[in-house]
Design a protein around this ligand. Structure first.
Ligand SMILES: Cc1cc2nc3c(=O)[nH]c(=O)nc-3n(C[C@H](O)[C@H](O)[C@H](O)COP(=O)(O)OP(=O)(O)OC[C@H]3O[C@@H](n4cnc5c(N)ncnc54)[C@H](O)[C@@H]3O)c2cc1C
Length: 289
């Protein structure tokens, strides 16, 4: 029980960060998509179930809650996508990922920087390769973890056939809404702090500091776009990774579907942030802690 409470508390800072990032970078859409309302609700239910039950009974309840979480997540996502981007709407409905399904991926505002970003991390004209007969490794998710795993496996020099599947933006949270954008904002805020605290350095602070927030955000978008070639589809294709843009859905223990293509594999790496609370609780229960 104490571990459950500790785990819940431990994830609070992360949730807060994600909430903040969602509010800053994506408005309503990111709030819906990234904060995972369903997860938060079910974490509470899981906690209550844990308190109310014991042993196998509790485990059954948690499994039921995990299913409930999936349903809530799906409906929240559908509701969000109905009132937001049509491209994400198409993706969330799990439609066949024809090339045209990706034409509409956008990151607002669609200025020159974000267009340049998308050209790297989700090129509108991208055509998925013809799948190999069987991949040694399929990586689902091209965030930090997936990129590293895919590049590492392809670069081993063992001639491994590696596929990388990404449904939205390569680079994942880190490039697009997390590490990179946050550091850009922090840098701007440090400039302001330095200006305000310049007196001890013998420099009189200006009477008024005017913050041009749109310019701050434009700088962020420029830097993000400049960095994006590192995580780009073309770069990974060039280092020998087959890049598939689309949602990966397992169809068997050695097959996964992306759009209308089926990829067969020996090993798969799921490189996406797991749904933590309910799964974590389940894991804890399995170990009888
Ligand atoms: C505001 C903020 C600041 C941060 N700052 C830092 C920092 O300074 N340093 C640091 O180390 N970390 C930082 N982080 C954390 C960092 O962003 C994450 O740890 C990192 O992005 C996790 O990478 P990942 O590959 O595990 O998951 P993600 O980046 O979430 O990537 C998972 C990818 O999988 C894709 N995906 C999911 N399911 C499927 C599917 N079925 N089919 C196809 N694709 C799928 C998603 O679209 C996504 O692109 C920060 C996070 C935030 C929110």
């Amino acid at each position: 029980m104490m571990l459950c409470i500790a785990a819940t508390l431990a994830f609070l800072p992360g949730s807060t960060l994600t909430l903040g990032a969602g509010a800053v970078f994506g408005g309503v859409e990111a709030l819906f998509m990234h904060v995972l309302i369903g997860t938060a609700g079910v974490a509470t239910l899981a906690f209550l179930a844990d308190r109310a039950g014991a042993g196998g009974e509790s485990l059954k309840r948690l499994k039921a809650i995990e299913n409930l979480r999936r349903s809530i997540g799906l409906w929240v996502k559908r509701a969000a996508t109905l009132c937001c981007s049509p491209s994400i709407h198409q993706l969330s409905r799990g439609k066949t990922m024809s090339q045209s399904a990706f034409q509409g991926v956008n990151v607002l505002p669609m200025d020159e920087y974000n267009q340049s970003l998308i050209a790297q991390v989700h090129p509108p004209g991208w055509v998925n390769p013809v799948p190999a007969s069987c991949y040694d490794l399929v990586v689902i998710g091209a965030g930090t973890a997936g990129l590293v795993v895919a590049a590492g496996a392809a670069g081993l020099g063992l001639g491994l056939k590696v596929a990388l599947i990404e449904r939205h933006l390569m680079g994942g949270d880190c490039l697009n809404v997390g590490c990179v954008p946050s550091k850009c904002l922090i840098r701007s805020s440090r400039v302001v702090a330095d200006m305000r605290g310049s007196l001890p350095f013998g420099i009189k602070p200006p009477d008024q500091i005017a913050i041009d927030f749109p310019a701050v955000m434009a700088r962020m978008r420029r830097i993000r776009a400049d960095i994006s070639p590192n995580d780009s589809a073309a770069r990974f294709q060039n280092i020998g990774v087959d890049v598939f843009l689309g949602e990966g859905r397992f169809t068997g223990d050695q097959s996964i579907q992306v759009g209308d293509q089926t990829l067969r594999f020996k090993k798969a790496a799921i490189a996406r942030v797991p749904v933590l609370p309910a799964s974590l609780f389940l894991a804890l229960r399995r170990q009888d802690i």
